[in-house]
Structures are given as structure tokens and as C-alpha cells.
Design a binder for this molecule. Structure first.
Ligand code: HEM
Ligand SMILES: *[C@@H]1O[C@H](CO)[C@@H](O)[C@H](O)[C@H]1NC(C)=O
Ligand SMILES: *[C@@H]1O[C@H](CO)[C@@H](O)[C@H](O)[C@H]1NC(C)=O
Ligand SMILES: *[C@@H]1O[C@H](CO)[C@@H](O)[C@H](O)[C@H]1NC(C)=O
Ligand SMILES: *[C@@H]1O[C@H](CO)[C@@H](O)[C@H](O)[C@H]1NC(C)=O
Length: 340
């Protein structure tokens, strides 16, 4: 039953979730939807929660401006595997290989920032703020634009009230995380299975405005692509040559390639101009041009950064609602890398 809810398009998801929530909750300790989430969930229980997250994120970003990208990405990886339940933070044990140690994890980063936030929160308000919420708040803070939107620079109001799960599986990460070589149909299915729309897909892909990639994620596009094409024909040829010079070997996992050259620490809509010029880093970025709706949005966001930033907030809230644990489900982890 719970899985059926996931596979339906969003509008049906919303309608039917009202009817199915009781049944789903009985089948598994997972509350679908966002019943228990609210803006300012910790207002009474830990009034400084969001300010503490903000302070630690700001300090980390001040030290190293590239910290914003991994913080944003962690929330995405968390939400796409078992919902936004902090499962991406759990360490492997002798008996279990966790999401962290799955192949698509490679280069996940900023775990130390999350640990630093958790430590501060535990001393201020013990056992109160979930690791899943720390990820959601930190992701919001990572995409902040000082002085541009509401007075504190936030693009959107983040919902909180998530609780932490107790399971993390590398196998599930491999199954559910989108792959950089996915085509548009695969991407749409993957997002739909999380209750997310084509629009969410187009908007959230704009997170690739920030950060870096590494050669193994794009190597297949650059050499021996198919029998007939040495290079991925959907990648601009001159851009492919540039990337080939930077990626001498497909095993090179140390070279950093900026997603948006020259602007990988600025959260803006430049990504969409690159995609439109067939200079998106991944096959999955270019794939947005293969569907009328997503292509339309690429062109819209390219010419209106304002509409991108506005829609990004809406879609981040949507993503933050995926299969959350609320109420008395799950737990509040004491240490984000360990279940209690
Ligand atoms: C649509 C499907 C997506 C695919 C196939 C995808 C794939 C990838 C891959 C392969 C990397 C680079 C890993 C590496 O080589 O180091 C990456 C980086 C990144 N992704 Fe995605 N991603 C997707 C969607 C998203 C979403 C929805 C978000 C956040 C809302 C996101 C945020 C990021 C960020 C910020 C980075 C840079 C990380 C860093 O610099 O450390 N991605 N993504
Ligand atoms: C979790 O794993 C990381 C990396 O291996 C390690 O640094 C950290 O200490 C571990 N956390 C705990 C609580 O053992
Ligand atoms: C990712 O997984 C590999 C094993 O596949 C592991 O060696 C590496 O430490 C993991 N990366 C992170 C950031 O946990
Ligand atoms: C590409 O394929 C050809 C023939 O299949 C092979 O000889 C060559 O070594 C390959 N090049 C790379 C870079 O893998
Ligand atoms: C990077 O590549 C080296 C050599 O191939 C390997 O030993 C190392 O484990 C890799 N690191 C990661 C994070 O995958």
C-alpha cells in the first residue's frame, strides 16, 4: 500500500494520501505526506535551533565557500532514499553497509559540518532536534542569497518536525538515487516515485548551479561513448574537448570540475544557460531538453532568475516532505552517524 502511494502522480498522491495514510501507517511506521511538518517546529522546544544551524553553516562557508554544495546535496540524497529521515548520515557497521558507502555516494561531503551542528544542538536542547531536520535547515541555508529575498536572505521557509530513521542501506541508495547517465523518462519515473513532478525535476536540477563533479561521473560521455560516437553527441563538442583535457583518466577521482565554470559557489540560474547550450555536466542535465515541459522551464529559468529562485523554494519544500517520519515515529538521534 505504501509503495502504491509513491507511484501515483502528485495530484493523485495528494488526494489519495488522505484516504491511504491510515492504511500506510498500519502497514509500516512511515507517515506519508507532511502531516507533522510545520514551519518553526522547534519554536518552543528549541527556539535557537535554526539560528544555531545557520551560525555553524555560515562559519563553515566562511572558511570554505565550497561547503554549500555538499550541504545541499546531502538533503537530496537523504530524501531520495527512505525519505528525509537522516539515513544518509548513518555509519556502516560490521553487519550493514550504509547509504554513505554506496557507489553513488562518492564524494558526499560536509558530514563534519552536520556533526558540529548536532553537537551544539545537543548541548543547548538535548534530544530535541532531529538529524533529518538539521539536513533540511542546512540545505536551505546553503542556498541562501544575502540581502535578496526575505530580510535574512532565505529563499524559502523550511518545514521541520522530521524524526530520524534507524535504517540505512547502500543497496537502496543504488536503487533510488538518480544516475548521471539517466535519460528523461528514467528521471521522471524516479521523481514521480517520490511524489515529485516534472517541474520539481527541472527546478531541483538547478542545484547543479553549485559545486563540482569528478571525472568518473562524466568519463563515459568523453571517450568511447558508443561504437558510432566517440563523444556523447548531446554534449557540445568544444566543451567535450575541454573536459577531456581536464579528465585524462576516467579513474581520476581528485580533479575537481566546476559544474558551472567560474560560478560554482554562487547560487543562480546560470546552470540553465549551460544546459541550453548543451554544456550541462551530466547526461541527466541535458535530458531536461528532451521533454516539452522541462525544456520550457530551462528556457524560462535561463531568462528569469527570479522565477527560478522562487520555484526552487517551492520544490525544496516538496522534496523535504518525501516519506518523512513524524509524531512518535522514528527517534531523535543523539549522534547523527549512529542510531540510538
Ligand atoms: C536529477 C537527478 C540528479 C542526478 C543524476 C545528479 C547527479 C549528480 C552527480 C553525479 C554529481 C557529482 C558527483 C561527483 O562526481 O562528485 C552531483 C553533484 C551535485 N548534486 Fe546532483 N544530481 C541530481 C539531482 C540533484 C538535486 C535534486 C540536488 C539538490 C537539490 C543536487 C545537488 C547536487 C550538488 C549541490 C552537487 C555538487 C556537490 C559538491 O560539489 O560536492 N543534485 N549530482
Ligand atoms: C562515522 O564514520 C566516520 C568516517 O568513517 C568517522 O569519522 C566517525 O567517527 C564515525 N562516527 C562514529 C560516531 O563512530
Ligand atoms: C563512499 O563509499 C566508499 C565505498 O564504496 C567509501 O570508501 C567512502 O568512504 C564513502 N564516502 C563517504 C563520503 O562516506
Ligand atoms: C576505445 O575503444 C577502442 C576499441 O574498442 C580501444 O582500442 C581503445 O583503447 C578505447 N579507448 C579508451 C580510452 O578506452
Ligand atoms: C580514488 O582512486 C584511488 C586510486 O584509484 C583509490 O585508491 C581511492 O580509493 C579512490 N577514492 C575514492 C574516494 O573513491
Amino acid at each position: 500500500m505504501a509503495e502504491c502511494v509513491h507511484l501515483l502522480p502528485r495530484r493523485w498522491f495528494l488526494l489519495s494520501s488522505l484516504l491511504l495514510v491510515a492504511a500506510a501507517a498500519a502497514a509500516a511506521p512511515v507517515v506519508h505526506g507532511y502531516g507533522g511538518l510545520t514551519v518553526g517546529f522547534y519554536e518552543k522546544s528549541c527556539p535557537e535551533a535554526e539560528a544555531i544551524v545557520r551560525k555553524v553553516v555560515a562559519a563553515a562557508v566562511h572558511d570554505d565557500p565550497t561547503t554549500t554544495a555538499p550541504l545541499l546535496r546531502l538533503h537530496f540524497h537523504d530524501c531520495f532514499v527512505r525519505g528525509c529521515d537522516g539515513s544518509v548520515l548513518i555509519n556502516s557497521t560490521k553487519k550493514n553497509t550504509a547509504e554513505k558507502d554506496a557507489k553513488p555516494n562518492h564524494t558526499l561531503d560536509a558530514f563534519d559540518v552536520i556533526d558540529a551542528i548536532k553537537e551544539k544542538l545537543e548541548s543547548k536542547c538535548p534530544r530535541t532536534v532531529s538529524c533529518a531536520d538539521i539536513l533540511a535547515i542546512a540545505a536551505r541555508d546553503a542556498a541562501v542569497r544575502q540581502g535578496q529575498w526575505s530580510k535574512d536572505g532565505n529563499l524559502y521557509e523550511v518545514e521541520t518536525g522530521r524524526r530520524d530513521g534507524r535504517v540505512s542501506s547502500a543497496k537502496e541508495a543504488v536503487t533510488y538515487l538518480p544516475d548521471s547517465f539517466d535519460g528523461i523518462r528514467r528521471l521522471i519515473t524516479r521523481f514521480a516515485s517520490k511524489g515529485l513532478s516534472l517541474k520539481d525535476l527541472a527546478v531541483l536540477s538547478g542545484a547543479h548551479a553549485l559545486g563540482n563533479t569528478h571525472c568518473p561521473s562524466i568519463a563515459k560521455r568523453l571517450r568511447n561513448f558508443t561504437r558510432h560516437h566517440n563523444t556523447d553527441p548531446t554534449l557540445d563538442a568544444a566543451y567535450a574537448s575541454k573536459l577531456r583535457r581536464e579528465c585524462r583518466s576516467e579513474r581520476d577521482n581528485t580533479t575537481q570540475l566546476e559544474m558551472v565554470p567560474g560560478s560554482s559557489t554562487t547560487f543562480d540560474a546560470t546552470y540553465y544557460s549551460l544546459v541550453a547550450q548543451r554544456k550541462g555536466m551530466f547526461h541527466s542535465d541535458e535530458a531536461l531538453l528532451r521533454n516539452d515541459l522541462t525544456r520550457g522551464l530551462v528556457y524560462q529559468y535561463m531568462s528569469s532568475q527570479h522565477s527560478f529562485l522562487r520555484d526552487f523554494g517551492v520544490s525544496m519544500v516538496n522534496m523535504g516532505r518525501v516519506a518523512v517520519l513524524t509524531g512518535t515515529h522514528g527517534e531523535i538521534r543523539r549522534t547523527c552517524s549512529l542510531v540510538n
